[in-house]
Design a protein around this ligand. Sequence first.
Ligand code: ZN
Ligand code: ZN
Length: 213
Amino acid sequence: MIKHHLSDDLLMAYSAGQLPEAFSLVVATHVSLCDECRARLAGFDSIGGAVLEHTESAAMAEGSLEATLRRIGRAPESPAISPPARGRVLPRPVRDYVGGGVDAVKWRNLGGGVRQAILPTSRAASARLLYIPAGAAVPDHGHKGTELTLVLQGAFSDESARFGRGDVEIADESVEHTPVAEPGAACICLAATDAPLKFNALIPRLVQPFFRI
Ligand code: ZN
Ligand code: ZN
């Protein structure tokens, strides 16, 4: 059912442990809902393993590929991938940050019935849950860098497309849109933004040394 997936850049950077924590959380959460991206991520993990095998042969002898990847490839703060949880609004990676399900979220009102809850991540980028009442518009937000928005409940539409549960919208400075929640259920999204960083430039710079390209 998922139509809007993660980009190769994001999956590669996640595999290399190079994403800010807030973006890692969105990637881990999408992957927990999406078989296709989980398979693509496994592919990038094995490419990364091959690079490590080439450059870290001493370390490789010490343990399994998986252990080495865990030690070198993943930032310690990266949320772990977990098996998909069916029938829950908040997938496991988000539940770990909230400390429970939707009922445990400490919402703050933004006006017009829209609520948000900032999640505790490192400051390189920020992650928040957004609650948009059915039929309401997403409040004004700029795209200084990259914004990832992952739908967890309900759906929203903007000028470009419709996004339902599991879909992720990747917006940058070039995107101007007015997302509106569909009638019916309230729309709950996990959104990450990197306002302090220029994400577009960051990803190639970080991935480049890892893949030796
Ligand atoms: Zn996907
Ligand atoms: Zn946006």
